[in-house]
Design a protein around this ligand. Structure first.
Ligand code: ZN
Length: 136
């Protein structure tokens, strides 16, 4: 099993779990109970881990990419309510062209630290703003 992504909340983890299962991919969440019971422990144990079988990794990467694009289109900036939010590598944030290029060509490995950045007002968040259409 390989961990493809970690989450700091149960809600996001389950959306993605459901999406992968719909695609027929065998996947599991680890540590979710600890996180749900005590959110303060989330950082200590590394959050909720979404794991898949190694042989499914290529397919999972494709599904994650699709999912992220759809999710980003639905997301809105909590500060200016613009929906022009991109997932950009943290070190490149600020330089829009470099951010987009790095984003397009970077893999979706969890080791790369990315931030969600509003291209309108510059708002940054490590997780997608919860205020989006998926809640409505
Ligand atoms: Zn904004």
């Amino acid at each position: 099993m390989v961990t493809v992504r970690t989450f700091d909340n149960y809600f996001s983890a389950n959306i993605l779990l459901g999406r992968l299962q719909e695609s027929g991919i065998e996947c599991y969440l680890f540590d979710e109970h600890t996180v749900t019971i005590d959110p303060l422990l989330t950082n200590a144990i590394g959050g909720i881990k979404l794991s898949v079988r190694k042989e499914d990794l290529a397919m999972v990467t494709g599904v994650l990419k699709e999912f992220d694009e759809a999710f980003l289109q639905a997301a809105r900036c909590p500060r200016c309510h613009d929906n022009n939010i991109l997932l950009v590598p943290k070190q490149a944030a600020g330089n829009v062209i470099a951010s987009i290029l790095t984003w397009l060509f970077s893999s979706y490995a969890v080791s790369i630290e990315n931030v969600y950045q509003c291209q309108q007002c510059g708002y940054e968040s490590k997780t997608l703003p919860e205020d989006n259409t998926l809640h409505n």
